[in-house]
Ligand binder design. Structure first.
Ligand code: SF4
Length: 376
């Protein structure tokens, strides 16, 4: 089966998506980093104008959920005051830039991202989901994260690689942004109709050989919860953060800033280790083996609750589980050992596949799953 069609736009702060629990207002922190005061402000706004639930997305963004249409404008002003939202909606829509969470001030990723931010107006009109990964650390760590143009380390120097190509073109810190703009223009000049991603375009349109010269270095192992040179890495179970719990964590850990990742993990700069059950603090926490989308009642497409079930099933099997409120599979685009897909209030079971693949069993209740998950 093929994946159900995605919406052609990404919800942003200025164009929020209406969901089952109200508007979803997405914030793209600059370079994936928020100061302590910004995090505290974001949590306060989530409690004041939303449901108190914040999503940490697979593009390393934060989403305030449950906002009413009446409060949207006031929330935008408050986010702007926190310096979390530029005045210009066009600029905001173009800020789809991922950095490795462990970038340091003045390193290649940071400098290139700063240069790109200053030239966002030079990019052509691009589809809303089109994004860049400025992944210029010692080895790529964002290879599996969503991006269409990637800056990565090669054995010697940096390359710019179109997503979907195995090799890229040599660039330097100084030339990378010109090359990003050139490649984005090439995409905009060739992508027609429903083609919204670089990989889809490369499947039907050949890229000139000089853009495909050098392979990136082998990807680096990604982050895991626990101590890090910059502070502490923690996990948001199933990508969901309780604003009150995060406020408490910021207070008790002494964190000076928060950095987001695309893996439902975040880093608290200068934080001390904390005892908490609201967040994942160790790499062997079974909740890390389960992906779950918001489900009902948060998403209008879902007929089943997903995250309480995910918490119940975590640790009951050593298989990777994906719980999806419907066949769209928002929480995981890659196959999973077991995928439980909501349909008409019950679950279908897909083995070794995606949420949109054919199930081997149908009509399973949450209680069936809690007693039988070890059999599958
Ligand atoms: S997969 Fe989940 S979040 Fe995505 S549309 Fe379906 S129910 Fe909603």
């Amino acid at each position: 089966m093929s994946r159900p069609a995605a919406k052609g736009w990404c919800p942003g702060a200025y164009r929020p998506m209406m969901s089952g629990d109200g508007l979803v207002v997405r914030i793209r922190p600059v370079f994936g980093r928020m100061t302590r005061d910004q995090v505290i402000g974001l949590c306060d706004l989530s409690k004041r104008f939303g449901s108190g639930v914040i999503d940490l997305t697979s593009r390393a963004n934060m989403q305030i959920r449950g906002v009413s249409e009446r409060d949207h404008e006031t929330l935008l002003e408050a986010l702007n005051e926190l310096d979390l939202l530029p005045d210009d909606p066009d600029l905001e829509a173009r800020r789809n830039i991922l950095l490795p969470f462990d970038w340091r001030a003045g390193d290649a990723s940071h400098v290139i991202a700063q240069n790109l931010m200053a030239r966002l107006h030079d990019l052509p009109n691009l589809p809303a989901k089109f994004g860049m990964a400025i992944d210029a650390g010692p080895a790529p760590i964002l290879t599996k994260a969503s991006a269409d143009i990637r800056v990565e380390a090669a054995e010697t120097g940096l390359i710019l690689r179109a997503d979907g190509a195995t090799t890229g073109r040599p660039v330097t810190v100084d030339t990378a942004v010109d090359a990003i703009i050139d490649l984005a223009k090439w995409f905009a000049g060739h992508a027609t109709g429903e083609l919204r991603r670089m990989k889809s375009l490369l499947a039907i349109q050949e890229l000139a050989p000089d853009w495909q010269q050098i392979a990136p270095r082998a990807p680096h192992i990604k982050a895991t919860p626990g101590p890090h040179a910059l502070g502490q890495i923690l996990g948001a179970p199933f990508g969901q953060i309780d604003a009150k719990a995060l406020l408490n964590l910021i207070e008790t850990s002494g964190a000076t800033a928060l950095r987001t990742t695309p893996w439902r993990l975040f880093l608290l700069e200068d934080a001390v280790p904390c005892e908490t059950s609201d967040f994942i603090t160790s790499a062997d926490d079974p909740r890390l083996t389960v992906d779950a989308c918001p489900g009902a009642p948060m998403c209008q497409s879902a007929s089943v609750e997903t995250r309480d079930l995910a918490a119940s099933l975590a640790g009951m099997t050593n298989k990777r589980i994906h719980i999806s409120g419907c066949s769209k599979g928002c929480a995981r685009a890659r196959p999973s050992d077991l995928t439980l897909v909501g349909r008409d209030g019950m679950f279908d079971l897909v083995k070794d596949g995606h949420a949109w693949d054919a199930p081997i069993l149908t009509g399973l209740s949450p209680d069936d799953l809690k007693t039988r998950i070890g059999e599958f």
